[in-house]
Each structure stands twice: as C-alpha cells, then as structure tokens.
Design a protein around this ligand. Sequence first.
Ligand code: URA
Length: 449
Amino acid sequence: MSPTGLTYDPSAHDAVELIRLKRDHGHLSQAQIEWMIAAYTDGYVGDEQMSALAMAILLNGMNRVEIGHWTAAMIASGERMDFSSLRGPDGARRLTADKHSTGGVGDKITLPLAPLVASYGVPVPQLSGRGLGHTGGTLDKLEAIPGWQADLSNSELLRQLDEVNAVICAAGPGLAPADKKLYALRDVTGTVEAIPLIASSIMSKKIAEGTDALVLDVKAGAGAFMKSRADARELARTMVALGTDAGVKTSALLTDMDSPLGLTAGNAIEVEESVEVLSGGGPADVVELTVALAREMLEAVGIRGVDPAENLRNGRAMDSWRAMISAQSGDPDAGLPQAKHSHTITAGVSGTMTRLDAMAVGLAAWRLGAGRARKQDSVQAGAGVRMHAKPGDAVAAGQPLFTLLTDDEHRIARAEEALQGSMDVDTEGGPHETPELVFDRITAADLTG
Ligand code: URA
C-alpha cells in the first residue's frame, strides 16, 4: 500500500520497458498504466523516468482506452468527494453543476458564473487553483477581497453548498495527488501541451470532485494552451468522452482566446469587473460568455427555458455573490486594494484596432506582479493591465490604450516591453469583423463516429 492508497508490486513491471514501449508507438495496458502511476506517486519510479514517458506520450500520443485508464489511475490516487447528501425540501437529490476553463487571459468568468447559476438554486462546487505563468488563478483574484478565505474543509464546503449554493475554494491536497506531482513535473519538462495529459489531468480532478454535471470552456488562440481550433476541438472531445464514461454529464463550449476577455487582466481589477457584470453591466464579451456557460450548466441539470441574463439584471446573482463571499469571511462591501503606481500607454495613430494579443497582455500583467513564476511566490492584489480598447474599437492618436498597475515601479518597463507589437491598428479605419466568441459546442452525442 503506497501513502496515496494505491497498491502495486514494485517487481510487476519495469519503467524502462514501459518508456520503450511508448517510444516505439506501442500501447500501454491497464495494468502497466496503473503500475506506473502508483509507483511514480509513491516515489519508486523517479522523476527522470516519468519525464521520459511524458515526453514519449507528448510525441506519440495515447489512444482513448489508454487515456481512460490513465485518468482512472490518477483518480484512484486520492479521495473522491460525494455531494449526494445534498437534498431539496422534498428529499430529492440536488444535482451539482461545475465549470472548468482551460485557461486564458482576463478569464474571470467563474466569479460571476458560480453565483449566477447558484441563484437558480443549483449547487455549484467550484474547486479552483492558483495561477501559474501568464493565465491568472481564480483564487488569486478572490484573495484580493479583504478577509476572503480560500481554504475550506470538506464539511465546510458541503455546508456552504447546502446553505448558499455557491462555493469557490481551493482543491484540497487529497484530490488526485498523482496529478499534482505529475503536473509539477510536466511544467518543468516541456510536456504540458500533450492533449492526453491535459485531458486526464483536468478530468481526474473534476471526476474526483464528484460533480453531477460539468461544462468545459475549451479555449483556442494566442492566449490559450491550444493555439489552433483543431487542437482545442480534439482536447474538448477527449474530455467530454472521459466525463461521459465516468457518468458525469459533460459538454464543452469552444471559445476564442486570441484577445483577452473583458477589459482587465489582474486580480482586484478582475473582481471589480466581475462585480460590474453581477450588477447588470460589464463588458459585452464577459457577459456573453457568462450567460452562455450558465445556460449550458442549467440545462445540464434539467433547468431549461430560462434566460440567465435575467438574474444578472434583477440582482439575484448579486445576492448570491454577496452570500458566497460573506460565507468565506470576505467583505463584499470593502474597497479593493489599489496598486501604488500606474503608467498609461497611449495610441500612436488613429484607426480601428484589429488585433490585441492575449498572450502579450497576460505576460505584461504577470510581469507587473499579478501572477507568479514559482508556486511559492506571492501575487500583488492591485497589479495588472486595464485595457481601454479591444479589437473592433475605433482608437484616436493620443488616447489611452493600456493602464499598467503595480506596487513596484521597476516592473513597468518590462511590462511595456511585453506589449510592444501586441496590437494592430488599421489606419484606414474601416469596419473590422471580430471572431465569434463561442465558436462550437461538443456534447456526448457528437462523439460517435
Ligand atoms: N490544467 C490542468 O489542470 N492540467 C493541465 O494539464 C493543464 C491545465
């Protein structure tokens, strides 16, 4: 018995033999996969051997059967949560709905989405992470709210779900510990971008979390893991298949991440923008995606025919937000932290903005202190980038394009560097078509054939 609860016989397989098999385009059996995950999580197989296997998987792929076994082995490495005790007044089970985004710049959607769906009486257990690299973390954003606590015990989580319907909190260490170790290794060995490994990493955590329904926001474009729409589609299909096979009602929206979402990338400034959306305002793209994902989550638990935009306008989603923040010791009325320094970048020419590179904006926000380079780093609550124009908008020479916010003035030059060449302005000023935000939807019904 390993410390993770997985059992394995050290002499049953040989890591080198499994690496060679995948290197030579072979398929790993269920027993081989279970052994490798258990032996690696336990420390019997070393980082160097798992790195070699991860690279072989990145180069040669895994088939659906292998991905299913890999995911199941990672789930088995830890605890599984159970929300079946949540009951309505009539004693009937209350189905939970969750959302997962593959990550993008300015992606604060979880913040307005969880209370919006909860305002229809649906429990939303949103176990989230902190940011690494250019994409922000949901917990980092919420921690900008004075007093707000990310860590809840399992019983606190259940109680809050029952009483308030919405919880956004840190995923505990007991959920898919094999993935925690493997993800940290992939991060430093150039093996993050393998579709089988991304799909199994995300879905092992979501299946272990025990949600009844899951909506995936799979992003494609300059600011996403998946740069091409074809790769994003393949990732979405793989994850929908894994969720469906595990009995989770899973669907995916494919969404554009060439440009950042909304007009803010940072922590406190993204909370501020989310509150605008919950007040019935906010940028059109953030509202559109929040409403589209809410509709998908509500339909997945059988609530059809409602327009989720309604509860943004009538204040019910805001009531849920306030209850959710207060339940985790946050003060929804407190002022948010402000950065000590700001610096404005203005437009050199007049015309129509035709491109704004999400990756460059994410990198600038990160360099200003909104993100971390190492897990142990802390983030600045007030740091980030405010955008004053997005693709499709008219810009006039001299008008502000970006406001850079940071507590450390010396960070501004490097952030400015990141933004050089990050956008195009068509000086002819003609109309510009912006790509559709939600460009496809994949459900279990799309997987046959
Ligand atoms: N997010 C995850 O949780 N895992 C991955 O592999 C990539 C993104």
